[in-house]
Design a binder for this molecule. Structure first.
Ligand SMILES: [Zn+2]
Length: 338
């Protein structure tokens, strides 16, 4: 196996006004992802928490939105009759329909629950089980109509820092006949890994991380939950679903495992006074080197004098930063998982 955990230690020396202008050294670590070779910068300082943000006014002012129970079956778009004759897909309390403002070939929204707003500790595994089941049904029916649509993302953008204008919890389900940048990087790198080693990268990574024990959180059924060696966002938690490349082949137990991992991660974020997050599930059919992957990251929380976490470093230098040492995050988040 050729998985290498490469890192560079950088150090900045300066005379600090906080210590009478004595010299201090501030370390930074640059880590290289073993698969994609993408660099991440791990900073060892963070801004202190400002406590929990009071969402009551914002939730009150924005309620009765298009996703609220009185409107969701009246004012949201319907699927083409050839794809979903009944117009929308409802499972439990989740409702799926096309996105009025799509960004690709097939864009859908899944409203997760009737509640207009939930704190991160109020999301339950059932909410995600139903939401993901609707997403899977959308993907299956769309692929039956258009089999070339092999590349899918199931994502959640929660609150304004995560890129959502609507408070009401919802998923985005996006399918295209071409991959995103991230999908292409993952596919290219994992395919050349298999050519060189004769094995599946994700299988090897799981085995190594389990053995090291520093970043492997826990398995839930056949979903391996871990913290990446070189995260591409704050408080990043990943889940890799053994034996599946596409979400369409998951059974009930595997969907429940994904839901449990998401909810466990959100509970940890809540305890840390975080409130905004993104996740994305990368689901690709017909690629033997790919393994279904979910990546969850926190965003800087919504708060007075909100600070965006994407600076020139991320948007213009393509170098992503993380503000907690991955091994420390793994140690802290483990008790939140079943
Ligand atoms: Zn609403």
């Amino acid at each position: 196996m050729e998985i290498k955990f490469e890192r560079f230690h950088l150090q900045s020396d300066l005379r600090s006004p906080l210590k009478g202008f004595e010299m201090i050294s501030v370390p930074t670590e640059v880590r290289i992802d073993p698969l994609t070779k993408r660099r991440s910068r791990i900073i060892t300082w963070g801004l202190p928490s400002q406590g929990k943000f009071d969402f009551s006014k914002m939730a009150e002012e924005s309620k009765e939105c298009f996703f609220c129970p009185d409107n969701v079956l009246q004012k949201t778009p319907q699927f083409l009759k050839e794809i979903v004759p009944e117009g929308r897909i409802c499972i439990g309390r989740a409702v799926g329909f096309p996105n009025l403002n799509p960004v690709g070939s097939y864009g859908s929204v899944v409203v997760l629950c009737p509640e207009h707003f939930l704190h991160l500790n109020q999301f339950t595994p059932e909410i995600y089980e139903e939401g993901l089941s609707v997403a899977i049904e959308i993907i299956q029916r769309t692929m039956a109509f258009d089999p070339d649509t092999r590349y899918w993302q199931i994502s959640q953008n929660f609150l304004h820092p995560g890129g959502s204008t609507i408070l009401h919890p919802h998923l985005q389900v996006i399918g295209d006949p071409i991959p995103t940048n991230e999908m292409e990087w993952l596919l290219d790198a994992s395919s050349s890994y298999t050519q060189r080693n004769g094995t599946l990268y994700w299988k090897d990574l799981t085995q190594i991380e389990k053995g090291l024990g520093k970043r492997y959180i826990t398995p839930i059924k056949n979903v391996h939950w871990f913290v990446s060696f070189a995260p591409i966002g704050f408080n990043e938690v990943c889940g890799s679903v053994e034996g599946h490349g596409s979400i369409t082949t998951l059974g009930k137990e595997e969907i429940a495992s994904l839901a449990k991992g998401i909810v466990s991660t959100l509970k940890y974020y809540y305890e840390k006074d975080l409130n905004s997050f993104n996740f994305s599930i990368t689901s690709i059919s017909g690629e033997t080197h790919h393994q279904l992957l979910i990546r969850i990251i926190s965003r800087t929380p919504l708060q007075p004098y909100y600070l965006n976490d994407y600076t020139s470093f991320e948007v213009l230098q393509s170098e992503l930063t993380a503000n907690i040492i991955p091994e420390e995050l793994c140690r802290e988040i483990r008790p939140y998982f079943p």
